[in-house]
Design a binder for this molecule. Structure first.
Ligand code: FAE
Length: 552
């Protein structure tokens, strides 16, 4: 869906005077808003008024992922008119196939961000590439290439929540205390993690159904082989609605997770942010979302205080169709670890925000991600039918010689492959920095592929043991023509603007009052589990403090 700025611009200017009643009537949200606490309401119902050139707004949020969605909800609930800017599109309009998101097994332009060919994480099979040509479009999944690593990220209103596996994991408390010693963990574990889990709609699979359904045979096989080698496995909560999934299996509703949908978006079943935090923020009548707008610059306003935010409006082919400058009293950077770090490092280097501290752009890590596949024996099938939503992990974090938390990942190819696939999160201490290149005007990330060797070594210890016990081998055909480890990619970019180092203890950039960081860039490189619950809970903690102290 494209933004028609022209016809909508006047609304942005009058937003602050738009009454809640008019808002609800205009958007058809009245019923959904009333039922919000117990059911799903989509932010699709939010008015798609784009910001206009020359607007002055109280609060502007860059990015609509976890950090941005928390900021938007809590700011709007505090009565503050909030304007969100998102480079991706609003995923609300079905394509010619009647679906908003494209099928996982036959991807089209909707799958990838501005590419002519897919870059699938599992890119090969039996010696050949499984990538496919696609039309260039503002698709939902980006694979941003920094030379040493490809960073997968969600693009669209809802950020990473649109494409992720929904695994909602609260980190181990002792490791959280180790990585963020300045944060009161009592508060986090008694207040903010529970608050985040509740607002995200986290739920657990029914263990009895898990044991019986063909769709989780792959996870049961992964569990059996891990436990036979003495490893502990654990169920992992998720934001995919497991009641809906059960109904899918029973043939009562349209299938989504059970027809392989996940990394190119779920057409049903998943409580992505547009159905939780952003829907609730929209229902206040205080939020506008400008989709297909890319923020390119933030600098102190020349007069009147606040910050000048420059953005390019793009069309669905990614071409710039306009440029706007908006002044905001407060700006919340929530463009993700990569997006926020790139913006801040560029602004510091180019002089717009020259006084930012040296810690900006530092301590980036990929959460120790590495993927691997094992070939099971014929009698250890993984199932032709697999749910695309992972629900189980191998927890070997306590092994200090090789701390690993490995997600037992689905391989939902629609046919029996006997492959057990894993995404390992290892305690890899390696970090990288973002650097501005004055010749190209771009920000790079100096991560080298060799920095992933510690992840490989740790994961290898675990999976070598399983292979030895089972008499099985690694698949060497999944991540390249002959390549065992998927070590050239990450789904979990973290750091670049670390809490208490680049910012104060709550995400403020103290050199520039009114600038805040809200997203995964606050987390120093590794959190030991899938990261979005941590990002959400930290954002909840920080925005509460900011609203209490900075918003008069
Ligand atoms: P994020 O959600 O990335 O949101 C940032 C937003 O800002 C995006 O929508 C961008 O398009 C937008 N943006 C960036 N730059 C600009 C700009 N200049 N102007 C305007 N907008 C901009 O950030 N995590 C889990 O915990 N469990 C999982 O199961 C899981 N699975 C994953 C699977 C995949 C395929 C991927 C890609 C990620 C997965 N993750 C998972 C990671 C998780 O989605 C990620 O940590 C969070 O989305 C990061 O949240 P942020 O708020 O930091």
């Amino acid at each position: 869906m494209s933004i028609r700025a022209g016809s909508n611009e006047r609304h942005a200017r009058t937003n602050s005077t738009l009454s809640r009643r008019n808002f609800l009537a205009a958007t058809g949200l009245a019923v959904g808003a009333a039922a919000l606490s117990s059911s799903w309401t989509t932010a699709a119902a939010a008015p798609r008024r784009a910001l206009s050139d020359g607007d002055r707004v109280p609060a502007l949020v860059i990015g609509s992922g976890y950090g941005g969605a928390v900021a938007a909800l809590r700011l709007t609930q505090a009565g503050i008119d909030t304007h969100m800017v998102e480079m991706g599109k609003s995923w609300t309009t079905p394509g010619s196939d009647g679906k908003v998101f494209c099928p996982m097994l036959s991807p089209d332009g909707r799958s990838f961000w501005l590419r002519d060919r897919t870059v699938q994480p599992v890119s090969h099979f039996s010696g050949g590439s499984v990538d496919k040509n696609i039309s260039r479009y503002v698709g939902v999944l980006d694979a941003e290439d920094f030379g040493g690593i490809k960073v997968y990220q969600g693009r669209g209103v809802g950020g990473g929540s649109l494409v992720n596996g929904g695994m909602a994991v609260t980190p181990k408390r002792n490791y959280f205390e180790e990585i963020l010693p300045g944060v009161d963990s009592n508060e986090m574990y008694s207040t903010y993690f529970p608050r985040a889990n509740a607002a995200l709609g986290v739920n657990n699979i029914d263990p009895a159904w898990f044991e019986s359904t063909e769709y989780y045979k792959f996870a049961r096989t992964g569990r059996k082989t891990a436990e036979r080698s003495g490893y502990t496995t654990t169920f992992v909560p998720n934001v995919y609605d497991f009641n809906y999934m059960k109904q899918e299996a029973a043939g009562q509703v349209t299938k989504s997770a059970l027809v392989s949908e996940v990394i190119y978006g779920n057409n049903a079943g998943k409580k992505s942010l547009d159905k939780t935090y952003l829907a609730a923020a929209s229902a206040t009548g205080k939020l506008t979302i400008s989709a297909l707008h890319v923020v390119t610059s933030v600098a102190p306003a020349a007069t009147g205080g606040g910050y000048q935010v420059v953005m390019n409006q793009i069309n669905e082919q990614g071409n710039t169709v306009g440029t706007k400058t908006v002044t905001a009293d407060k700006v919340f950077f929530a463009a993700g670890s990569i997006g926020t770090s790139k913006l801040l490092v560029a602004m510091k280097a180019q002089g717009q925000l020259a006084n930012l501290p040296g810690a900006v752009g530092q301590e980036w890590g990929h959460n120790g991600n590495v993927m691997v596949g094992r070939a099971n024996h014929m009698w250890d099938a993984t199932g032709a039918k697999q749910s695309a939503i992972p629900v189980m992990g191998i927890d070997n974090w306590a092994d200090t010689s090789a701390p690993v938390f490995a997600e037992i990942a689905p391989f939902p190819a629609g046919t029996e492959l006997w492959v057990s696939l894993y995404l390992a999160i290892a305690k890899n201490p390696q970090r990288a920095q973002f650097q501005f290149n004055s010749a190209t005007g771009k920000v790079g990330l100096n991560w080298q592929r060799s920095q992933n060797q510690p992840s490989i070594d740790m994961a290898k210890k675990l999976f070598d043991k399983i292979n030895k016990k089972e008499g099985t081998i690694y698949r060497t055909d999944l991540f390249g023509p002959v390549q065992t480890w998927g070590d050239q990619l990450t789904y979990h970019p973290l750091g670049g603007c670390v809490l208490g180092k680049a910012t104060d203890g709550y995400g403020r950039l103290p050199e520039y009052p009114g600038l805040y960081v809200m997203d995964g860039s606050l987390v120093p490189g590794n959190v030991g589990v899938n990261p979005f619950v941590t990002i959400t809970a930290l954002a909840e903690r920080n925005i509460e403090n900011i609203i209490a102290n900075d918003m008069n």
